[in-house]
Ligand binder design. Structure first.
Ligand code: GRF
Length: 193
């Protein structure tokens, strides 16, 4: 069976990385199996690095502060991903703004904890919780030159009702852990564009 290779980039806790490792890594689907062949993190103390180790996977640490520019950092990311042979990269809580150096060379999808195009940026959960909207949700989109602005692939939403912020965050993450693995499988196994 064909093995399709993916890269996962993360910066922190790694709960979405864990969902991918549990639900996708080395699993067989209808037309292919999928393998995580490359893990990249820009923070040397990120908990996700420990999670990866539990699955026998080493993470390449590329610290952005060691590079003179965003472009130089992105060049290193691109080189690392290309060397791994991954055909799709998944940004799972990778908290960096990417330049065309990356976006024009790597096919990537990103997970964002709001109903895009609303609440772009690093404070999406707080902002969507505080807004007057009755619903909230999550998005998976292709990565483009515009921050959180690429073509939307899928979204899930829920009624906010009278959730407190902890329940709200829990709901966001529970949806993320289902949707992101599903979309990876849809793209690689089912050929979703
Ligand atoms: C997620 O909420 C994701 O949407 C956002 O960063 C968070 C990462 O969480 N971009 P984790 O590191 O996967 O637990």
């Amino acid at each position: 069976m064909v093995v399709k290779k993916i890269a996962v980039l993360f910066s922190g806790r790694g709960s979405n990385l864990e969902a991918i490792l549990k639900q996708v890594h080395k699993k067989q689907f209808t037309t292919c199996s999928i393998e995580v062949v490359c893990l990249v993190c820009n923070k040397k103390d990120a908990y996700g690095i420990e999670i990866a180790k539990r699955y026998g996977l080493e993470t390449v640490i590329i610290e952005h502060q060691n590079f003179a520019s965003r472009e130089a950092f992105d060049k290193e990311l691109v080189q690392t991903i290309k060397n791994s042979g991954a055909e799709l990269s998944v940004l799972a809580g990778f908290m960096r703004i990417l330049t065309p150096e990356f976006t024009q060379n790597i096919k990537a999808i990103n997970l964002h904890p709001s109903l895009l195009p609303l609440f772009k940026g690093a404070h999406a959960i707080e902002e969507s919780y505080a807004s007057f909207m009755k619903v909230a949700g999550i998005s998976v989109h292709f990565v483009s030159d515009e921050l959180d602005g690429g073509e939307i692939i899928a979204q899930e939403c829920f009624q906010k009702q009278d959730m407190d912020i902890e329940e709200f965050e829990k709901k966001i993450h529970a949806l993320e852990h289902e949707l992101l693995p599903k979309i990876i499988i849809d793209i690689l196994d089912k050929g979703m564009k």
